[in-house]
Ligand binder design. Sequence first.
Ligand SMILES: [Zn+2]
Length: 97
Amino acid sequence: MSEIEKAIEELKDKNKSLRCLQYAWGEREIKRNELAISALEKQIPKKIVKNCNGKILHCPSWDEDLMGCIYSDYADGVSYCPYCGQAIDWDSEVLND
Ligand SMILES: [Zn+2]
């Protein structure tokens, strides 16, 4: 388990404890921790998603409301999604069509 994964586990454990306590101040801390968890999770590379015979690449954290397409010409040397900051694993492609 990497340092990032350990930090995510710590924050998730902390949120479990805070939810059990049910203090009003705990909600704000839970939200802060959730924000940190989501930022940390983006640092863990996810496999790129290919569509349309490999011509269109999607961010692995693709969300149709927020994301556009990333074209293969654009891909070289980019290791983070320019839209959401998700770290991308270019070597492991998932074909989706
Ligand atoms: Zn993205």
